[in-house]
Design a protein around this ligand. Structure first.
Ligand code: 6SD
Length: 230
């Protein structure tokens, strides 16, 4: 998969060099290209923002550098999927991550200030698929942190990026429930014992206990994930 990231803060993405995604890049599974939006400006001050039409607080990202950036990163590609993190977008979920993980080419456009001139999204829709996606119902200072989270959630679903594929299915949200609790040695730590069932060697009983824990936790913490009958 190829991922282009357009931002005025390329340094935010330096950490993509480490851990599993760093290895996926090194082995060629992932081709991540980070671009400075200011490289598509033409004035001495490399201006990317201007005052909003209609008035109001803050500044808006100018359309011209974005248009050139999208033209450049989409060049030669039939139809990339362009993701713009936005608190006004649809909520990004594990289902969204799964959809995006099937794409050949993703472009992340990271806004700053009060956001990007709306016409950029209309224009982008002529180049490919456009998704305005929100990480959650809270406000960040820009799209970078949201894009980073989405890149990680998507890239780990690409075959080979996560070494053991079993660890992909035994996860919160993969089966619509929260993950069961995990324990490791020692079996007694600071007066706290590991649930004895996990030491029993009875795999059927362990599976049933874990499923019960998933349901109990989901009911307590995330009832919104459950249907009326659960
Ligand atoms: C100005 C942005 C882009 C500002 C954001 C996304 C979410 N879930 N919260 N905040 C955000 C994205 C904020 O550019």
């Amino acid at each position: 998969m190829r991922i282009d990231i357009v931002t005025i803060f390329p340094a935010f993405f330096d950490v993509l060099e480490v851990s599993l995604l760093g290895r996926a890049r090194a082995t060629g599974l992932l081709d991540v290209r980070v671009h400075d939006l200011r490289d598509w400006t033409h004035d001495r001050h490399r201006t990317v923002d201007d005052t909003p039409y209609g008035g109001g607080a803050g500044m808006v990202m100018k359309p011209e550098p974005w248009g050139e950036a999208l033209d450049a990163v989409a060049a030669g590609d039939a139809r990339p999927t362009m993701v713009f993190p936005s608190p006004a977008g649809e909520v990004f979920t594990q289902a969204t991550a799964r959809q995006l993980s099937t794409r050949e080419h993703l472009v992340f456009g990271c806004g700053r200030y009060e956001g990007i001139d709306e016409r950029v999204f209309d224009y982008a829709a002529e180049l490919g698929e456009v998704r305005l996606l929100s990480l959650g119902d809270y406000v960040l200072n820009g799209g970078e942190v949201a894009a980073m989270a989405m890149v990680e959630a998507v890239a780990r679903l690409i075959p080979g990026v996560v070494g053991n594929p079993d660890s992909l299915v035994e996860e919160s949200h993969e089966d619509g429930l929260l993950e069961y609790p995990s324990y490791t040695k020692p079996s007694l730590w600071r007066d706290r014992a590991v649930p004895p069932i996990l030491l029993s060697g009875n795999h059927g009983a362990v599976d049933a206990w874990r499923r019960g824990q998933q349901e109990e936790r989901t009911r307590a913490r995330r009832p919104d994930l459950l249907g009326p009958d659960d």
